[in-house]
Design a binder for this molecule. Structure first.
Ligand code: LLP
Length: 415
């Protein structure tokens, strides 16, 4: 479903004009559509209907409590990578036994808290982590449910910074070593082997890498069964891409259909960890043009959002669509859309033809995933507000940070 559409020459989020939101909450502001988040989640859940499964939203993509709460109400699970994300999920009403805990650097404190609340599974990424988890679980006198995150060595064909399933990446346990590590896990008294996990990368736009990884994991599951280690669930991670420009990523339903066909009759439960595909196109970053600057070489639209608010263009050269909230008639000019930060890398978009005037509102599209969560306070800029739209209503789910908050934890020297 399209969360954002034009009506009478104005861009709306569901039933609310973005211009009204800018007036009420100021800019820059992230605006999310509840209906879009729900529809994307349901595409996964519906396709998995009739078999044991968990759809664990990858909290790193968008960790706003309001957003997490929308998903928790639908019965979603959550994929977390830190104690902080764990506490957010609990605060948002998520159920601990639907949480999978990923990440290469879990601390003892992370493990202890996750065991106390009773997460569904730890996705363990190394032998040392396995031994540490055994120790922490023994101290608490509990059994920790574990999957090993296996690195299947497939090329996800995506940006190198977000490709994670190749043997040169830091993630997971090489598939060639996995059997030995599973054998060790099965020996450890405070661990219970429950699953196999992989995550090969993000923003994948075709199915073959996913299915290639799946086939390799199924081979592993068979070899483990031959050793008497029985796997209950298969976690295929996240990674399904979205359309930013003209990509044609597979639909969640088609992906899951293909997976279901291949695992038929095995009695495996399925776990997915989608992030981007649930929230990316549920959000825009709303920003206002402060200045138009015309130089001999280029035209710049200097807006009030910057790389500290949305770092994807600067960090990954990501192309994100930028549209006018109330488009004007006219030929337009080719603008670089840049922020106020003192870095040449501070751009949101380059070479976009738009007809603009000072004070105009722009929406940076597909900003619901890896947008606000990657924002910083660089240049002592407070982080943006976040607003969740539900039909004709809008709720401020995070207020804008004030300047005082930015240095509240700092102090002067005593002398
Ligand atoms: N599971 C694990 C273990 C992950 O590392 C990730 C993402 C996901 C699930 C969710 O993947 P998704 O469905 O969102 O593709 N900041 C980058 C993306 C980094 C993704 C990191 N891991 C970006 O803005 O493109």
């Amino acid at each position: 479903m399209e969360a954002f559409s034009y009506r009478d020459g104005q861009l709306f989020a569901e039933g609310v004009a973005l211009s009204a939101l800018a007036q009420r909450f100021g800019t820059p502001t992230y605006v999310y559509s509840r209906a879009h988040i729900e529809a994307q989640y349901r595409a996964y859940a519906d396709a998995l209907d009739g078999m044991p499964h968990l759809v664990c939203f990858a909290v790193k993509a968008n960790s706003n409590l309001g957003v997490l709460n929308v998903l928790a109400r639908l019965g979603a699970g959550f994929d977390i990578v830190s104690r902080g994300e764990l506490e957010r999920v609990l605060a948002a009403g998520g159920q601990p036994d639907r949480i999978v805990f990923s990440g290469v650097g879990k601390t003892r404190d992370d493990m202890r808290r996750a065991l106390e609340v009773g997460v569904h599974c730890f996705n363990v990424e190394s032998t040392d982590e396995l031994e540490r988890l055994q120790q922490v679980a023994a101290e608490l006198d509990v059994k920790a449910p574990v999957s090993l995150r296996v690195n299947p060595d497939v090329d996800a064909g995506t940006h190198p910074y977000i490709s994670t399933g190749l043997k040169e990446n830091k993630f997971g346990i090489a598939i060639a070593d996995a059997e030995a590590v599973y054998a060790r896990a099965a020996e450890l008294p405070n661990l219970q082997v429950v699953g196999v996990d992989c995550h090969i990368g993000s923003q994948l736009t075709s199915l073959p890498p996913f299915l290639d990884a799946l086939d390799r994991l199924l081979g592993l599951i068979d070899r483990l069964a031959a050793r008497g280690i029985h796997i209950r669930h298969l976690d295929l991670g996240g990674g399904l891409g979205v359309r930013y420009r003209d990509e044609q990523p597979p639909l969640a339903g088609d992906y899951i259909q293909a997976v279901r066909q291949r695992i038929e009759g095995r009695g495996l439960a399925l776990v997915f960890e989608p992030g981007r595909s649930i929230v990316a196109n549920a959000g825009v970053l709303l920003t206002r043009v402060e200045y138009l600057k015309h130089t001999a070489h280029k035209d710049f639209a200097i807006v009030d959002a910057a790389m500290n608010d949305l770092i994807r263009p600067a960090l990954y050269q990501a192309w994100m669509n930028v549209v006018a909230v109330q488009p004007r008639e006219g030929e337009g000019r080719r603008y670089d859309i840049v922020g106020p930060i003192c870095e040449t890398g501070d751009f949101l978009a380059k070479d976009r033809t738009l007809e603009l005037a000072e004070g105009d509102l722009l929406a940076v599209c597909s900003a619901g995933a890896y947008g606000f969560v990657m924002s910083s306070n660089y240049n002592t800029r407070g982080r943006a507000a976040e607003v969740l739209v539900d039909g004709d209503e809008a709720f401020e789910v995070r207020r804008r940070e004030s300047v005082q908050e930015l240095y509240a934890g700092e102090s002067l020297l005593p002398r």
